[in-house]
Design a protein around this ligand. Structure first.
Ligand code: GCU
Length: 618
């Protein structure tokens, strides 16, 4: 009986991912930021709709396919006798991209539905082209209509999706795109109702129209295949493998992959799905944190030509080590939420990405953990060019409904979308399938399934998850059963904050059950920036500083598997769970930088530690 239940869980979740009702979004268009697109960013009209009046009648029955856009036009409707109780108007507008919470005081704590409407004109460059509307992310559920026709819906607050626009719907003038966004939390969603971060709602990332030829390059993947033992910072005759997916193509369609700088051009023949290829590059400068070299790549088929910049590197596990291009690397990291705390809003631009990564750079980081959900594409692209390695994670966080196959299907869909978007980004080295999920046989089966899904989707990266520690005054043991399945064992520990005082670290002993690389994926203490007292006074900068000093001393006594650390967290962030009325007031204060952007004393303790590690790097 034991084996049957997990099998049913996996089977059901697989069916649900493929079921038309659960997966409306098509295969993701790849690398849209390097393509020619038509931005729909800017001011959108909105209607706040906490009682779902746009969807249900007063008996709470669905109103059916009313036209949520035309019906609620600005001002007086065409038929002056019409009974109109809702309407869009320019006095109610909101910026896209952007969470709604930060844009108007009435939205500060709002969780519910907001209807967005954007009017635009659009003429296709070529009548035979295809047209898609692409969303960088919408938190949490999006129902999308164009000119009153439903294009589709998507669930998941942190991954991109798009819908194709049929010619029969598009108009050259006066289109109106309506998006119903609902960010209510629910037990059977991913994440669930319980998170230690603010549930920012809205169309939080870029929106654009993407026009493609009838036959276009839908997706591709390129990665370094040369064995680590043969890798040099500049490698001759490097082997690169990959695949290309075309949309609208027949078997036999030629596809060209070009790397102009290396004067390499290879033509392959498309089969009928992902068509694999291998190419030998004469001389490749490998991507690394010390030299983030990328090459312009051109993938073309028929009239379509996609540009990208790809860094060739190899990331592997060998015994207790993580190898970057064949050499052991220590990950000097920090955790990040996707938030600009000084402005109390979601981060969503390239400038925001450079601000956050700039602070990580000042810390001497070569690694960032994007907690606890896939961040916007700007930060991954920026990390690619800066040479900062990344851990990217799906929000399978804490008390997920692990026994529910629909929840597994939702988590697998988000995993697929996260990997689809960033599989060609050299900076992403670890896919994480979750954070601090409470150990139980059902949970471990659920998480093991996600690890296996991640490996099937991308065999070139390391798979991990933030696990929990078995605290014990004599011996802290790392024995989470999920560690048997991940490539890297990562644990969150708060010795000296949630368990004892920082002096507790002085005698703490550690043991890992796994002969695998070990990352301390979280450790941290709270401090109110600018609050100074003796080091025994909690919430003072001095306490946090002492905590980091003791933790760093303890790190020097960790098992030799210890190969990286991402302390919690770079910047204070907004959390509805943090209500100490003097020191928190709705903020999690474990940042090394305050919500005022000022660095706390502990920032410089960690910075110094990383400088020492960098100097020892051979
Ligand atoms: C947990 C969790 C974080 C949380 C942190 C904290 O480890 O992963 O999301 O914010 O602890 O307690 O501050």
């Amino acid at each position: 009986m034991q084996i049957i239940k997990p099998l049913i869980l996996i089977l059901l979740s697989a069916i649900l991912v493929l079921h038309p009702d659960s997966v409306h979004a098509q295969e993701l268009l790849t690398n849209v930021y390097d393509q020619e697109t038509f931005s729909l960013n800017g001011k959108w009209q909105y209607i706040m709709d906490p009682y779902e009046t746009g969807f249900y009648d007063y008996r709470f029955k669905e109103k059916g396919q009313r036209d949520p856009g035309a019906y609620w036009n600005s001002g007086v409707p065409k038929d002056k006798t019409a009974m109109v109780e809702h309407g869009y108007d320019d006095q109610y507008t909101i910026n896209v991209p952007g969470d709604w919470n930060s844009q108007d005081p009435k939205f500060s704590y709002y969780e519910g539905t907001v209807w967005y409407k954007k009017s635009f004109d659009y003429q296709k460059k070529d009548a035979s082209n295809r047209l898609f509307v692409y969303f960088g992310a919408v938190n949490y559920q999006a129902d999308v209509y164009l000119n009153g026709k439903k294009l589709g819906s998507h669930k998941g607050g942190f991954t991109p999706f798009q819908f194709e626009i049929d010619d029969s719907i598009l108009k050259e003038k006066g289109n109106y795109l309506v998006v119903k966004v609902d960010n209510k939390r629910a037990k059977d969603e991913v994440p669930t109702v319980n998170t230690d971060w603010w549930n920012y709602g809205g169309i939080t990332r870029d929106v654009m129209l993407v026009e493609t030829p009838q036959l276009f390059v839908e997706d591709y993947f390129m990665h370094l295949n040369t064995p680590s033992s043969k890798l040099q910072p500049t490698t001759r005759k490097a082997e690169v493998s990959g695949w290309v997916k075309l949309n609208g193509a027949k078997k036999g369609e030629p596809v060209t992959i070009e790397i102009p700088e290396l004067k390499v051009k290879k033509t392959i023949t498309f089969t009928d799905s992902a068509t694999h290829f291998t190419m030998i590059l004469p001389k490749v400068e490998l991507w690394s944190d010390q030299n983030p070299k990328r090459y312009e790549i051109i993938v073309s088929a028929a009239n379509d030509k996609l540009h990208d910049k790809i860094g060739f590197r190899k990331i592997e596990v060998s015994g207790k080590d993580i190898l970057l291009n064949g050499k052991p690397v220590f990950l000097r990291g920090i955790c990040l939420h996707e938030e600009i705390s000084t402005e109390l809003r979601r981060a969503n631009t390239k400038k925001d990405a450079l601000t956050l990564l700039g602070w990580a750079r000042e810390l001497n980081c070569n690694f960032v953990r994007l907690a606890h959900y896939p961040h916007n594409e700007h930060i991954v692209r920026a990390a690619d060019s800066l040479g900062i390695m990344m851990w990217s994670e799906i929000p399978v966080y804490w008390t997920i409904d692990f026994g529910n196959p629909e929840v597994l299907a939702k988590a697998r869909l988000q995993l697929r979308e996260m990997i689809a978007r960033d599989r060609n980004k050299a900076s992403v080295i670890i896919w994480s399938v979750g954070n601090e999920t409470p150990v139980s046989p059902t949970r471990t089966e659920f998480m093991k399934n996600l690890v296996q899904s991640a490996k099937q989707l991308d065999a070139t990266r390391l798979i991990s998850a933030a696990l929990e520690v078995h605290y014990n005054p004599e011996l802290n043991t790392i024995d989470d059963p999920l560690g048997a399945y991940t490539d890297v064992v990562s644990v969150n520990e708060y010795l000296g904050w949630y368990t004892g005082l920082p002096s507790y670290c002085q005698t703490a002993q550690w043991k890992t059950m796994y002969d695998k690389p070990l990352i301390i994926s979280e450790t941290g203490a709270g401090a109110l920036a600018g609050f100074h007292a003796d080091s025994l006074t909690r919430w003072s900068e001095e306490y946090q500083e002492w905590f980091y000093r003791e933790q760093i001393k303890m790190m020097k006594r960790m098992p030799e598997n210890y190969t990286g650390i991402t302390p919690w967290i770079l910047v204070d962030f907004r959390s509805p769970k943090r209500n100490n009325p003097v020191y928190q007031n709705g903020w999690n204060r474990k940042g090394l930088i305050g919500d005022d952007g000022k660095k706390k004393k502990a920032f410089f303790v960690l910075k110094k530690y990383y400088e020492e590690i960098e100097k020892q790097r051979r």
